[in-house]
Design a protein around this ligand. Sequence first.
Ligand SMILES: [Zn+2]
Length: 251
Amino acid sequence: MFQSTSPTRFDLRFSIAGIPIRVHPLFWVIAILLGSNSNNLLMILVWIVVVFVSILVHELGHAFAFRRFGQPSNILLHFSGGLTIPESLPWGSGYATVSLTPNQHIFVSLAGPFAGFALAALTLAVGTALGGQIILSTLLGFIPFPIVLLPYGSGMLNEVFLTFLWVNVFWGIVNLLPVFPLDGGHVTRYVLIQSDPRNGLRTSLWVSVVTGGLLAVTGLLVMNSIYMAFLFGLLAFQSYQMLQGLSARRY
Ligand SMILES: [Zn+2]
């Protein structure tokens, strides 16, 4: 969504299963800002670790899905979250990326949120193995949301488990919303392009504008979250600009 992610000498670089990963220093700054509503230093640290692991697992979901279709990729964590970037392969006398079918694109997009849901399920399993009890709570007051409560005396550990579940379930659901360029926006685009090759792209952008706009208003008025309002307002506006771009090319 935002560019300006050139390499810096403060980048953290490593790889997992042959997938190169680069963490831009601004990633940590944003993670600290998002966690700074807690005044407990240990909780901010827990938050940063949970966000780091969760976004990494989400992007690894995309990267392994790409690999399944013969497409190598690398992962970048930066200040607006994570990105899985397909790498060019030698092809003929030049370079090219693997051309995925619409269904393969949909699979790659869904692999991110579902890797997060798998991590949430693992969190529940580990919590249960530690003697915790699973109880059903609700997210935003209406989405069923399982949490695991560890035996009395594990206050801090309970927070860690709750944060892992919250981040992976809530962000997984947010990512599945049909708003471009979230994963759900990509899925909507490829579903609609398949059913209507001529106007599918345009329809998917309208879905993105309307859903993004409604979520911005809901975020502000119902969830009282300026962050949600700003994020979805910006994404709706970007989709609207893309629509204008489509119209400009049509004469
Ligand atoms: Zn994703």
